[in-house]
Structures are given as C-alpha cells and as structure tokens.
Design a protein around this ligand. Structure first.
Ligand code: IMP
Ligand code: ZN
Length: 347
C-alpha cells in the first residue's frame, strides 16, 4: 500500500507526542521570528541540523536528549509556549489526526512558573478547540532527572489542574533519559496522581533493565511507551515478556524514534511484529515528530509497508487505538468516526 493520501485520510489517534519534540522546522522558524520581533534573546543557531535526528545520525541516546534544550529555548515564555502549542495542534490535525493526547513537562523559566506552564497549555488547547475538529487532551510529564520534590510538585499540580480542567487534563507520565533516575522513587508521586483519577503511562524498556521493567509492569500503568527491552530477543527476560503478555498493557509504539535513536537496528526488526502477533494492544505514535522528522500518517505508512498489513488490518489498527485513549467520554465518538471511514471505503 503506497497511497500517502490514504494514510492522511485515515482518522488517527495520537497518544504519544511530546510537545517540545514535536515542533516542526516551520513552527521553529515562526518561533524564532517571534523572538526576533519581540526583542527576546534567541540562543539557537543553525538549529535544524542540531535538532533533527535522522537515520544514521551518529549521536547516541544520551546525546539525543540534549537536543530538547534547543526547543526549550524557543518555548520559555507563555506567549511562545502558546504559539508552539497552537501551531503543533494544527499540524497534527492537518495530518488527519482526530484525537491527540499531547504531553509536556512543566518547567520553571525566568518568565514563567510550572503552574503558568500548565495554565498556558490548557488555555492554548481550549482556544484551539474553538476552530479545530481534532479533540486534544493533555498528559503532564515528569522527567526522570527531576529531584523527588519536583516530581511531587508536578504530580500535585497535575492533580490540581485535573480537578480544575477535567476536560483537558487526562493523565500523568514518566519520561526523559532512560539512563537517569530510578523508577521506584517516582512511585509515590505517580500513585498519588493515579489515586486522584489521572491515567498513567510510563516510558518502559527503552534500555535493557529487566528489573525496572518488572517494577513498571507490576505498577499496572494504563499504557506504556516504547516497550522495547521486554521480549528476551530484545533485552528483556522470559518473566518480563510473559508478564506483559498476561497483563496485555497497551504499548505506544514509535517506529522512527526507535530506529533513529538506534534503540532498534532497523524497521524490519522492530518489536512491533512481536507485540502485534502476541495480541498485545499496540498504538502507532510519533514520539517527537519534529526531532525525528516524521508524522503520524508516515508512521502508519512505514508500519504497514514494513509488516505488509492489509488495508483492513491498517484500519483495525487505527480503530483499536481508540479503545486506549485516556478520555473515556470521547471513545465512542472516535470509534464511530473510524467505523464510518471503514464503511465508506469498504475496508
Ligand atoms: P516536553 O516535555 O514538551 O519538554 O518535550 C520534550 C521532553 O520529552 C524531553 O526533554 C524528554 O524529557 C521527553 N522525551 C521526548 N522523547 C523521549 C523519548 O523517546 N524517551 C524519553 N523521553 C522523551
Ligand atoms: Zn516518548
């Protein structure tokens, strides 16, 4: 299947997209212009080459995490953060995305507090919903490098904002350099959010660490991101794999991100196939569409072409993804949209 239009037209749900990794070159250019026009300091030079990580790039996984500071320098005020959000939401919609769970790590900058960071994102999402058909929700991120007090502070903010804006905030997640931090130490903060009603997703098994993977699976998150080093063939153990097979926790799969960070050698050997064949729910996602120069429609196309899926299987993949959205009250609407597309295209 090659038709690019089919993959754009297919209504898709995006469940794993980091805001600052999703900024396209066009969005970054607009943010740079905004900086220049408002006399704000702009520390980014030649950022396209530094920001994008393509296939064959020599940077290692830890180097990859440094690129986010380029985006961060362009989203450090409420105005630029709001602009980055609205431009990015528009791009996801233009790519045929009908539901997006955007995630981002609240941070203090000289111009804004973490609280203002979340407030700005919520306002930008609400404002965009007035002219977009795509439904957007927010997942609050905790970075694995955060000291525990900061993680607790972010969890408290997420809970406070979830109570204030239950129609926008839906979850909390743990991400950042997988070599940094210890998962168990974040459990109290994550549990508190879970008990308050927030859904939880964890970046899990990005690097070989079976003990951590077991602890994460036992925590029973609502979804996990990546899920690479879980099968024994990919750096997991019999125990990690059988536990995932038993629990059937949905996995947010990010093919290009995994190939470009060299977490998997190439598309053909991506663990998507193992998960799919084991009937573990998989959701195709972008991770960082700006950093990895991709889009959700492109990720579907790569997956379908690599693993020779039929149009029917492709549509089922998109339909099944709707079952795992964190916003329970929109699941039926998304389901109906997909069923309508399947029916109209006789898939
Ligand atoms: P932000 O949270 O909107 O600032 O988006 C960028 C952040 O997302 C990075 O600083 C990382 O903490 C996190 N992130 C992006 N991609 C990945 C990934 O593949 N693994 C783990 N963390 C990631
Ligand atoms: Zn991620």
């Amino acid at each position: 299947m090659d038709s690019e239009t089919f993959f754009v037209d297919l209504p898709k749900v995006e469940l794993h997209a980091h805001l600052n990794g999703s900024l396209s070159p066009a969005t970054m250019l607009q943010l740079k212009r905004y900086h220049a026009d408002s006399g704000l300091e702009d520390k980014t030079n030649a950022f396209f080459d530094e920001f994008q990580i393509g296939a064959g790039d020599s940077r290692n996984l830890t180097d990859c995490f440094q690129v986010f500071s380029i985006a961060h320098s362009l989203t450090s005020t409420p105005e630029t953060l709001a602009l980055a959000t609205s431009l990015t939401l528009q791009e996801f919609q233009d790519d045929g995305c009908c539901y997006l769970e955007l995630r981002s790590t609240p941070r203090d900058t000289p111009q804004m507090s973490k609280l203002q960071y979340i407030e700005t994102l919520v306002q930008a999402i609400q404002k965009s919903s007035l002219h977009l058909t795509m439904i957007t929700r927010l997942i609050v991120s905790i970075n694995r490098r955060s000291p525990l007090e900061e993680a607790e502070q972010i969890a408290d903010l997420a809970i406070e904002y979830y109570k204030k804006y239950p129609d926008v905030i839906v979850g909390i997640e743990l991400s950042g350099d997988p070599m940094a931090g210890v998962f168990q130490e974040f459990v109290p903060a994550l549990s508190k959010a879970k008990e308050a009603g927030l859904k939880v997703t964890l970046h899990c098994g990005e690097v070989c660490n079976p003990e951590e993977v077991m602890a994460m699976l036992k925590f029973k998150p609502d979804r996990i991101g990546h899920g690479i080093c879980i099968h024994p063939k990919y750096g997991g153990t019999e125990e990690t794999w059988s536990t995932l097979c038993k629990l059937k926790i949905p996995v947010e799969v990010c093919l290009t991100s995994n190939v470009n960070t060299k977490s998997v050698p190439d598309y053909d050997s991506h663990h998507f196939k193992l998960l799919y064949d084991a009937e573990i729910p998989v959701i195709i996602c972008t991770d960082d569409k700006g950093v990895f120069a991709t889009s959700l429609s492109r990720e579907y196309q790569i997956c379908v072409n690599t693993f020779s899926l039929t149009s029917y299987q492709t549509a089922r993949l998109a339909l099944n993804a709707c079952q795992y959205v964190f916003a329970d009250n929109v699941r039926k609407t998304l389901n109906d949209k997909l069923l309508n597309f399947i029916d109209k295209n006789s898939l």
